[in-house]
Structures are given as structure tokens and as C-alpha cells.
Design a protein around this ligand. Structure first.
Ligand SMILES: Cc1cc2nc3c(=O)[nH]c(=O)nc-3n(C[C@H](O)[C@H](O)[C@H](O)COP(=O)(O)OP(=O)(O)OC[C@H]3O[C@@H](n4cnc5c(N)ncnc54)[C@H](O)[C@@H]3O)c2cc1C
Length: 358
């Protein structure tokens, strides 16, 4: 006897429950009145922020603009503690949004979409889940994210490693490596976050570096209630600027070519950006061509900002965080997701790679 498959018919199917999928379900159901079902293979909402629970996971966008802009009350009720938001804070925020807009009942969590086929004759999509459920819908929104596929490095022998291997994008809930010996593979944005967070906790940390990265201080600092109120009062202007800018990070991108100004002015601009912090600010707010002009890129890479006493102090402090190896049972935390150099991590020309946004 064959099992009978029920075919559900809805107006819209949304795949993914990250920022994109949450907004899509809200838009489709709450604003457009369409019957909508959302799927995520994760057991809850959050997308990127559900999966990336590794220590140190932090936004690259500043807190006041790493949030939804579609609802005034949501914006005015929002709050944050620092200039950048941590993974637990973002996950909590997204969970709150899902509940506030009554979206949870539309999602089927722990459900992977296996196929979406367009049925020409019927003018409908037929979506099949891993559990064999079939949904037909007029609209399918793919909100599957640009970083949701885990990239495990193909290192010969990795499968024979006798201790534990962890990927940052599938960090087990509550996994604590305090007191362990850890190796980290990957020094992009994620690598640098996890290295910085693990260094003071673990017994010994070894970082395997294939391509050295140029790293800019993030400049995470506490914010006051008054600073938050000032931002909230200015949100109309802020979002208008964000939505009309190229990179949407909440600051004006420079259009000035780096080599069009004097050496002294260039150093002043780099120093100021270094002191303020933020990789995207350093890359886009200083000059308009750091990622497209070799001389400009070299000028940034060799700027006095990167050689300032403060940056050597930071380097010395990081070096002193490495402790001698003593305990057995090495553990290996692999990173190497599809996130490449972004934000805090900015690659100078010698590697012949252009920084890419997340
Ligand atoms: C540590 C880190 C920091 C970041 N910081 C920033 C930042 O500051 N600013 C910025 O703009 N971006 C940042 N990003 C990028 C981030 O991915 C996006 O900001 C955003 O969270 C993406 O949302 P999304 O909804 O498009 O996709 P995701 O959040 O990736 O959600 C996609 C979801 O789709 C699900 N899915 C995929 N395929 C299927 C399937 N077949 N069936 C069912 N479910 C499926 C996945 O399980 C996932 O939950 C960062 C990323 C990381 C990892």
C-alpha cells in the first residue's frame, strides 16, 4: 500500500527564516493578506544568527542599522548596548520580531525544502519538503541566504582527526572550549572573531594562517540611552541615507580617490578611520577606490595608521594572549565559511583579491 500525500495549496511559500524570510512572511501574510507558509531546516528563526553561535560572533553593521526598518514602533522600541550587536542579541531580536508580528504559526521549522518545480500548465509552483509534504503556491520566495551553505574545507586527512572538529557555522549550542587546546583554520572575519573570543579562555590556541589578512579594529563601544534617543529621533534621515547608498552601512561612502589628496591628508583620513574603528568604514568611508585602485590599496595597507603605536600595542596584547601548550587532547575548531574578507578583515592588494561584502 502506498502512503497518500496530501497536497496543500497556499498563495505563497517562503524558504528561509532569517532576516529575509521573516520579512517576506510578514509582508506576504500581514500586509498583502496572502496565505503563506515558511520553511526552514533550522529548528527556529534567525537564519545566519541561528546557525553561527560561535564565540565572538558579532555584526559588521552598526547596531542601529542592523535591524528591520519596516515598522516605526519596532524601531522606536528597539534598543542595543554597544555599537555592534552580538549573535545572542540578534537572535533574540529576530525571535521577538517573529512573535511580535505573530509569524511563528506560519513557519514549519526543522523542514528542508527539497525541490520547487514550476508547473507550466497550472501556473503554480510545486514545493516538496524533506518529509514528503507537497505545497502548491503562486509565489515562491527564496530567502535562503547568501551564507547558509556550510563550506567544510577539503583538507586531506581531516576525517581521520581523532578529536573534535567544529565548524563555526554549525557551532553546537552552548559548546564551551574553555581550558582546551584549540586550532583554528581560517582568519577571515569569522576566524578573527572566534580567535579573539577564544584566546583568553582556551589552554592553548594555534591559528593556521594561509593568507595573512589586513585587520582593522572594529571599535565596539558602549552606547548611552541618550545616544540611542538621538538616533531614534533621526531614523527617517538615517534610513533614507542607508537606502540610497551603495553599501548600506549607515555612513556616507567617499568618492574621493586616495591618491588625489596629499600624503599628509591621506594619513590623517586613515588614522581617523583606524581610531574610530569598523572595517567597512575603513574600506568605504575613507576613500572611494581602496578596492579598485592598486596604489590606493597599497597606501591603505602601508598607512601609518596600521603602524601606529596603538596598533602595535594591540598586536602585542594579542600575542601575549597565547599561552603555552600543556594539556593533551587537542581540539580543532575549523572556520572557513563562505564569508570572505569583510568588515574588520580587509585584504590589501598583494594577495590580488578584492574585498567582498558578506
Ligand atoms: C558572523 C556574521 C556576521 C554578519 N554580519 C553582517 C552585518 O553586519 N551586516 C550585513 O549586512 N550582513 C552580515 N552578515 C551576513 C548575514 O548573512 C545577513 O546579514 C543576513 O543575516 C542574511 O539573512 P537572510 O535571511 O538573507 O539569510 P540567512 O540568515 O542565511 O537565512 C537563510 C535560511 O534559509 C535556510 N535554508 C536554506 N536552504 C533551505 C532549504 N532548502 N530548506 C529550508 N531552509 C533552507 C537556512 O537554514 C537559513 O536559516 C553576517 C554574517 C555572519 C555569518
Amino acid at each position: 500500500m502506498t502512503a497518500q500525500t496530501t497536497t496543500h495549496t497556499v498563495d505563497a511559500v517562503v524558504i528561509g527564516a532569517g532576516f529575509g524570510g521573516i520579512y517576506a512572511v510578514h509582508k506576504m501574510h500581514n500586509e498583502l493578506g496572502l496565505t503563506t507558509v515558511g520553511f526552514d531546516k533550522a529548528d527556529g528563526p534567525g537564519g545566519t544568527w541561528y546557525w553561527n553561535r560561535y564565540p565572538g560572533a558579532l555584526s559588521d553593521t552598526e547596531s542601529h542599522v542592523y535591524r528591520f526598518s519596516f515598522n516605526r514602533d519596532l524601531l522606536q522600541d528597539g534598543t542595543w548596548k554597544h555599537t555592534y550587536v552580538t549573535q545572542p542579541e540578534i537572535l533574540e531580536y529576530l525571535e521577538d520580531v517573529v512573535d511580535r508580528f505573530d509569524l511563528r504559526r506560519h513557519f514549519r521549522f526543522g523542514t528542508e525544502v527539497k525541490s520547487a518545480v514550476y508547473l507550466e500548465d497550472e501556473g503554480l509552483w510545486e514545493v516538496t519538503t524533506g518529509g514528503g509534504a507537497v505545497y502548491r503556491a503562486t509565489y515562491v520566495v527564496n530567502a535562503v541566504g547568501l551564507l547558509s551553505a556550510i563550506n567544510l574545507p577539503k583538507l586531506p586527512g581531516l576525517d581521520t582527526f581523532e578529536s573534535e572538529t567544529i565548524h563555526t557555522a554549525a557551532w553546537p549550542k552552548g559548546k564551551d572550549l574553555a581550558g582546551r587546546r584549540v586550532g583554528v583554520i581560517g582568519t577571515g572575519s569569522t576566524g578573527q572573531q572566534v580567535i579573539t573570543a577564544l584566546a583568553p579562555e582556551v589552554e592553548h590556541l594555534t591559528v593556521f594562517v594561509r593568507t595573512p589578512q589586513y585587520s582593522v579594529p572594529v571599535g565596539k563601544r558602549p552606547v548611552t540611552a541618550q545616544q540611542i534617543d538621538t538616533i531614534k529621533a533621526d531614523y527617517d534621515r538615517i534610513w533614507s541615507q542607508v537606502k540610497s547608498s551603495s553599501v548600506a552601512f549607515g555612513f556616507e561612502e567617499s568618492t574621493v580617490p586616495a591618491m588625489s589628496v596629499s600624503e599628509e591628508e591621506r594619513q590623517r583620513v586613515f588614522e581617523r578611520a583606524w581610531e574610530y574603528g569598523g572595517g567597512f568604514r575603513f574600506m568605504f568611508e575613507t576613500f572611494g577606490d581602496l578596492a579598485t585602485d592598486e596604489d590606493a590599496n597599497e597606501a591603505a595597507a602601508s598607512s601609518s595608521a596600521a603602524r601606529s603605536p596603538r596598533s602595535s600595542r594591540i598586536r602585542r596584547r594579542r600575542a601575549s594572549l597565547r599561552r603555552p601548550a600543556s594539556s593533551p587532547g587537542a581540539r580543532c575548531a575549523t572556520t572557513g565559511t563562505s564569508r570572505s574578507s569583510t568588515g574588520r578583515t580587509w585584504r590589501p592588494w598583494p594577495s590580488r583579491r578584492t574585498p567582498s561584502a558578506r
